[in-house]
Ligand binder design. Structure first.
Ligand SMILES: Nc1ncnc2c1ncn2[C@@H]1O[C@H](COP(=O)(O)OP(=O)(O)OP(=O)(O)O)[C@@H](O)[C@H]1O
Ligand SMILES: [Mg+2]
Length: 249
């Protein structure tokens, strides 16, 4: 039996008292898996993973990371606990150089480990080494996402949680981001991924959940979900979005 890294049970969360947005959602993520959360617009996908990361108030349920209850842990302690969250936007400092972006992400590392770890990120993401002195705001969309992911990985998280890393990117960069995530998983990192780009996400994922109105309504093996009629139904007749058709979100 593979080890469960993230175990979310019956999570309830919302921005205002008495207005739950996440309504009893449960998922598990096992070691070295890529788990994808899909769902129609406004289903609460971002709110769900933000709540896991301590960024939206939780009113019910539990979040366990590596067997430890982190339900009440504040967002700023998550990196130390082993959870690295990459938000959809504002995930880098645009005025800082690429290297400074990496350096400031090293907060919890031992000082002497930092230079080695930055070099390791450059080996993993060769595009970044060529741009080490460039202001991050001048990177291409794909390279920006690469930097955001490198910033998250630099502290050796137990789980990497990403909100729509392919959003707003041109098709070339969309493929680049998904290839990057598949490569990261190969290196043993556990990934929880929210995506609108269902086809591409299911192609690299192991398992997936469909979230509708704040609740997990369906779960399955990623490679089987694309053609699963229940998924189409949960999207209310819409086909989940595919990168190659660029279909309506
Ligand atoms: N900061 C906020 N304050 C209050 N309500 C919010 C906030 N952010 C999101 N919501 C509400 O929560 C609900 C779910 O939004 P959320 O962004 O979690 O959905 P989503 O599934 O990520 O959607 P999308 O596919 O568009 O990214 C929406 O009704 C939205 O209006
Ligand atoms: Mg969202």
């Amino acid at each position: 039996m593979s080890e469960t890294v993230l175990d979310v049970r019956d999570l309830e969360a919302g921005y205002e008292p008495g207005v739950p947005i996440v309504r009893g959602a449960s998922i598990t993520v096992k070691k070295s898996e890529i788990v994808v959360v899909l769902g129609p617009n406004g289903a609460g996908k971002s709110s769900f993973i933000k709540a896991i990361a301590g960024l939206v108030p939780i009113t019910g349920g539990t979040v366990f990371l590596d067997g430890k209850d982190i339900t009440a842990a504040p967002a700023h302690t998550m990196v130390r606990l082993g959870l690295a969250f990459v938000p959809q936007t504002e995930n880098i400092f645009p005025l800082m150089s690429v290297e400074d972006n990496l350096r400031v992400a090293c907060g919890i590392l031992e000082r002497r480990e930092i230079p080695t770890r930055i070099e390791e990120m450059y080996s993993a993401f060769p595009d970044l080494v060529r741009q080490r002195r460039t202001a991050a705001g001048n990177l291409s969309g794909g390279q920006r996402q690469m930097l955001a992911v490198a910033r998250a990985l630099i502290v050796h998280p137990k789980v990497l949680v990403l909100d729509e890393p392919s959003a707003g990117l041109s098709p070339k960069f969309v493929s680049m981001v998904f290839e990057m995530l598949a490569g990261i998983r190969k290196s043993g990192v556990t990934i929880l991924l929210v995506e609108q780009n269902a086809k591409a996400a299911l192609a690299i994922g192991d398992r997936a959940y469909v979230l509708v109105e704040g609740k997990d309504r369906h779960e399955g093996v990623a490679s089987e979900l694309w053609n699963d009629p229940v998924v189409a139904e949960l999207y209310l007749g819409q086909r989940p979005r595919s990168a190659d058709t660029g279909g309506a979100a």
